[in-house]
Design a protein around this ligand. Structure first.
Ligand SMILES: Nc1ncnc2c1ncn2[C@@H]1O[C@H](COP(=O)(O)OP(=O)(O)OP(=O)(O)O)[C@@H](O)[C@H]1O
Ligand SMILES: [Mg+2]
Length: 165
């Protein structure tokens, strides 16, 4: 009985107090580089970072900045055609994924994201093309480039240490 009661008391949704939300103006590439470095500093094994935004909103540029922040010196091509690129960084392996061209949802399962997150992190562009097959992101970045470029981020509370203030 006691177990049942404890179970019933568990909140159904993550309480808002354990979330982090922030907004960053990205007037130039340098600003994106800075945001990328800050995300890189907080990136840990198991992190799925989703990068959402219209064509040309700056998703690949931010992914590149995150990878640079992790010390990746090699070229970081857009994975639009390859679907996924894998980087062995000093701290953890990172998969850079672009779901724009996914036609068959099976392709998403074949990416083996769950397994990948067991050993490293993933940065996913066009997560809305994921047909609901993606795990819950620990950080979601919404990029806009309408009037001015900006990023709205939301994620676990621990991102406050890296992205807050
Ligand atoms: N903060 C910024 N300031 C100025 N230009 C930027 C900024 N971020 C990205 N850009 C430029 O915008 C263009 C599109 O960027 P990017 O390729 O990163 O977009 P994307 O969202 O990945 O596009 P796609 O949906 O085609 O993959 C590039 O020329 C890039 O240099
Ligand atoms: Mg892109």
């Amino acid at each position: 009985m006691r177990r049942t009661l404890q179970h019933a008391r568990k909140p159904l949704m993550t309480p808002r107090s354990s979330r982090f939300e922030g907004r960053f103006a990205l007037p130039d590439i340098d600003a994106t580089e800075t945001l990328g470095r800050r995300i890189a500093a907080g990136l840990a094994r198991g992190d799925l970072v989703t990068l959402e935004g219209d064509l040309g909103a700056g998703k690949t540029t931010l992914a590149r900045a995150i990878l640079r922040g992790l010390g990746v010196a090699e070229d970081v091509p857009s994975p639009t055609f390859t679907l996924v690129q894998v980087y062995e960084t000093a701290r953890l392996p990172v998969r850079h994924v672009d779901l724009y061209r996914v036609e068959d949802p099976m392709e998403i399962d074949e990416l083996g994201l769950d397994e990948a997150l067991g050993e490293g992190a993933a940065l996913v562009e066009w997560p809305e093309h994921g047909s609901g097959r993606l795990p819950e992101p620990s950080l979601h970045v919404q990029l806009t480039a309408d009037d001015a470029r900006q990023a709205a981020v939301s994620g676990d509370a621990r991102w406050k240490e890296f992205l807050g203030g």
